[in-house]
Each structure stands twice: as C-alpha cells, then as structure tokens.
Design a protein around this ligand. Structure first.
Ligand SMILES: Cc1ncc(COP(=O)(O)OP(=O)(O)O)c(N)n1
Ligand SMILES: Cc1ncsc1CCOP(=O)(O)O
Ligand SMILES: [Mg+2]
Length: 500
C-alpha cells in the first residue's frame, strides 16, 4: 500500500531515512522519525511542542543519544497516523503532527523514554484533538488586525481557500515548467520548488477538515467561465508572466480569507507573496539579459592606461575579432574625465555595433546612454542601480560563490561575472574562486554568465571544459599588439559551445 502524503511529511521521512543511513543503522529508528518531523523549526510538530511548553531542543539532544528502537515501515507509520486522525478529528488527514503522534505512540518503551525526557504524549494527543475542537479561547488568538469582524460562513471561506490553493499550486507548476524546460535554469527551478514547499507547509497550519469540506467544484461557477484572452499566449515568457500574476492573485486571496482561520497562515502566505514578486522580477527581468546577451560570447574590459594602442582602435579590432560587449573600467579617473571618456566609448561601441557597459557607476552609465552597468559585491546594490538606470539597461553582477550567484539572480541581475578563474595581472585577489566555481556557476544557471580572471587563448579550453560558454578578458586584449587576432582566438574557442 502506498499513501499519498504532503511534501512536509515526505521531507520528514527522507530526513529520517538520511539520519539512519548516516548512522550506519540497518533500519530507520523511531528517534530518526521524531527528529525528522522536528527538523523544521517552523513546522507544525515543532511549533506544537513549543506551544505545549516542552523543551524541544533538549528532546532533540536526548534523541540523538537514545537507545535505538527500530521503527515500523513507513506505510505502517502513515496508516497509524491516519488512524489517529480519524479518531481525533473525524477525517483521515496525514499531516506531520499526526505522524509525530503516531511515532510517539507506536511503541511502549519509546513512549516511556519520551515521558522520561519530559514529553507527555497524552498532552500532545489531547492538543491535537483540541486544535480541531477547542473553543476559540483555548487556541492561540490572532492579533486584532487579523480577527474577523463578523461571523463568517466557514464553508464559503473553505471553498475560497481550497480554490486558491489549487490555483497557486497550478501556477507554481507552470512556472516550474518554464524555469526547468524553457529557461533550463537549475537555480530558478530550485527557488520555485522552495516556494512550493513553503506553501505546502503553510497549508498545514489550516485545520484539515476545513479544506475537506470544500471539495465542491460543481458549485464553482468559475470552472465553466473562460475568457477569450485565457487561451491566447504569444510566448512561453508571456505564459510565465500570466502565471506569476495568477499566483500573486491567488496568494492575496488566500491571505485575506486565511485571516478568518489562522493568523499564522495569513502571515506566512503574505511572505510567500513577497517572495513571488522577487521571483517574478528574477524570472522575467532575467529574460531581458538572456535575450540581449544571447549571442554575446566575448566581453572586453578596458582601462585606458592598460591599452597599448588607442582605445578606439582596440575596440574596433577586438569587435572585428568577435567581442560584442565592452566595459569601461576606470578606477582612478576624476569624474569629469571619466564622463568625457565614457561619451567617447559610447560612440566607438555604437560604431562597432557592440554593447557598452560602465563599471561601478550607474550614474555615468545613465548620463552617457550606456547599455548597462557592472556591479561588484561592494558596489551599489542592483536595486539601487535600477532606481538610477530605469527598467531597460542591463545590470551585471560579480559573483565569487554559489550563494552570490543565487542572490544575484534573485536581485534580478541580467548577467553574471564569474571568477576569478585564474590569477590576473589586472586585479589582485586574496582568493581564487577557480575553475571549480566556474563549473558550479555555469551548471547552476543559464542566465548569461562571463567567466573572467586571467583567461587567455592558452587556457580558455579549460574554461570551456568546465562548462563556461562566455568569457570576459582585459589584459590579454588591451596589451595585445594585435587585439583582433587574440579576440578571434578566444571567440573561436567559444563559438562552438552551446549558448545554454
Ligand atoms: C564582467 C565583469 N565581471 C566582474 C567584474 C568585477 O567587478 P568588481 O568585483 O566590482 O571589481 P572591479 O572591476 O570594480 O574592480 C567586472 N568588472 N566585470
Ligand atoms: C576586474 C576583474 N574581476 C575579476 S577578474 C578581473 C580582471 C580580469 O582581467 P584579466 O583578463 O586581465 O585578468
Ligand atoms: Mg566594482
């Protein structure tokens, strides 16, 4: 027999199995299960025990060293949990708190051990019953702002919640498909999965019977009404845009109607809605970078003092060799000289039909009509740069770790700098992120990313072997007698690599 379970229950089970495996135990133990359901601090079991005044941290420490008692099979635990649910609540739901109760009650010696650790299983059992049945003043009271002013029809609210949970889940599935198959982006897919889990966990805060009483789609007039617009989508991106809107609308409705049942649910859904806005920007704004940089392979950083030839000639030659993005990287010039040079570079890059990015300075980028700005971890935030630049210009962000890659994606970066790959004569670093990071970053996202730092024709094959399909270089082009030749060599090494 295999029972359908919520993602939170599934996660608890897989934590339990993982614990047993790491401990080299031939079977999963009851302590593994209990630690599994208590793994998430914000999960229902953890919150319930805290609410009952038990010291959960002390319990977790005790369980780590408790004598091993083998657990029954997973299905047997789920069946027992369902039995408790029917007994205590009159319906067969399978939530993590009922799994916890099943684990606590399945074996007398384990139950006795828990009592010794200060966990009164009868109190837990009683609380799970009273969570459903208790008069309002015996359960946690929402603050005034979340209290319904008038008596509400529970079944109407339940149907609204159920319908919107379905809508939100469906939208998340569509978005997951877009991130996975259309963008092919592991990091965004992972973020969407995180959002799905958060929603599933929030749902566990609602009384299970509330949603069960609402499965009445026949009574939902909305299922038979559709508008012409619902069947018209021009591009996969538009499908994603529409589904982000649908997700946010359903979350908003869940939040409002959820306030009638559980304030914590309403607050969590509010947070999920904010996270959905962030992801929407990341997914849809990121698309602009994906489109405008789709063909870009070679990106050249230029500093006047580093160029052995004039900057305009270097740009023209490098562009003829395949470079299609140029960054003005002047760290020392006074502002007036910088802006004068930036105006020139704007003209030279237009002539070369290349993109022009200004390093560090969104104000200068805006003033000279550059195509974008590049920001490091210590520069202005992408959010502040966007306020200066407006919606269109590209914003590139440097990354030196996977955490920075993920954050840059959530900050709606249009492209990434990834490095330093090799030691660089242009800029010194205490630490080299190296090829290992290049490999991880290019595997994590399909957002345009440029590996940089010490890349030359002699070592670019190593970057390509690590999955790098775009590079940014400085010295090797700026200091070359023949920038076109060098650019052609670099570009040639990249031009057979898939665009990702
Ligand atoms: C394309 C690209 N990637 C990374 C950097 C480095 O930016 P940052 O870390 O801010 O260092 P500086 O270049 O400002 O010294 C970059 N400039 N371009
Ligand atoms: C600015 C910067 N940030 C990381 S590496 C680098 C310099 C890249 O230049 P080069 O190709 O000469 O090493
Ligand atoms: Mg910088």
């Amino acid at each position: 027999m295999s029972l359908e379970v919520s993602p939170a229950v599934e996660r608890a089970g897989s934590v339990a199995r993982g614990r047993a495996e790491r401990a080299g135990s031939p079977t999963v133990r009851l302590s593994d299960w209990l630690l599994g359901v208590l793994e998430e601090d914000e999960g229902r079991p953890f919150e319930l025990l805290v609410r009952l005044g038990f010291d959960v941290r002390a319990l977790q420490r005790q369980l780590e060293v408790s004598p091993p008692i083998p657990a029954p099979s997973t299905d047997a635990i789920y069946t027992a949990a369902k039995g408790h649910s029917i007994r205590l609540r009159g319906e067969p739901s399978l939530t993590t708190d009922l799994v916890m109760l099943a684990v606590m009650m399945v074996n007398d010696s384990f139950r006795a051990a828990l009592e010794r650790y200060g966990i009164r299983v009868g109190v837990v059992e009683h609380a799970l019953r009273s969570d459903m049945m208790a008069a309002p003043d015996t359960i946690e009271q929402p603050p005034a702002e979340f209290v319904a002013a008038e008596p509400v029809d529970q079944s109407d609210a339940a149907r609204i919640l159920d319908a919107n949970l379905n809508r939100a889940r469906e939208s998340l599935r569509v978005l997951d498909d877009y991130a996975r198959f259309s963008l092919n982006d592991a990091a965004l897919t992972e973020e969407l999965k995180r959002l799905r889990h958060r929603l599933a966990d929030a749902t566990e805060l609602l009384p299970p019977s509330l949603l069960l009483q609402s499965r009445n789609t026949l009574g939902d007039v909305g299922t038979t009404i559709s508008t012409a617009g619902e069947f018209q989508r021009a591009t996969p991106r538009q499908v994603a845009a529409v589904n982000f809107k649908r997700l946010q609308e359903s979350l908003r409705s869940l939040e409002e109607f959820g306030k009638l049942d559980d304030a914590r649910f309403a607050r969590e859904v509010e947070q999920i809605r904010y996270a959905a806005y962030t992801l929407e920007r990341a997914v849809l704004t990121g698309s602009a970078g994906r489109e405008r940089l789709a063909a870009a392979r070679l990106y050249v950083l230029l500093t006047g003092s580093q160029c052995v030839n004039t900057m305009d000639w270097t740009i023209a030659e490098a562009a003829a060799g395949g470079a299609s993005v140029f960054q003005l990287r002047e760290k020392q010039l006074p502002d007036r000289e910088l802006i004068a040079l930036a105006h020139q570079v704007r003209k030279w890059t237009h002539k070369a039909n290349a993109l022009f990015i200004v390093n560090d300075r969104p104000d200068i980028a805006r003033l000279v009509g550059a195509d974008g700005v590049h920001l490091g971890q210590d520069d202005l935030s992408p959010h502040d740069a966007r306020r200066i630049l407006g919606p269109d210009p590209l914003i590139g962000v440097s990354s030196h770790s996977l955490a920075q890659v993920r954050q840059a994606i959530l900050d709606s970066a249009d492209y990434l700098g990834v490095g330093p790959t090799f030691p660089s004569t242009t800029k010194g670093f205490d630490q080299l992120a190296g090829l290992e990071f290049v490999q991880a970053a290019f595997a994590a996202t399909t957002l345009p990313a440029f590996a940089l730092g010490g890349i030359r024709p002699e070592n670019i094959a190593e970057v390509v072997a690590a999955g790098g399909n775009r590079v940014a270089v400085s010295a090797v082009v700026a200091e070359a007698e023949e920038p076109q030749v060098v650019a052609r060599q670099l570009f040639g090494a990249l031009s057979d690599v898939s665009s990702g």
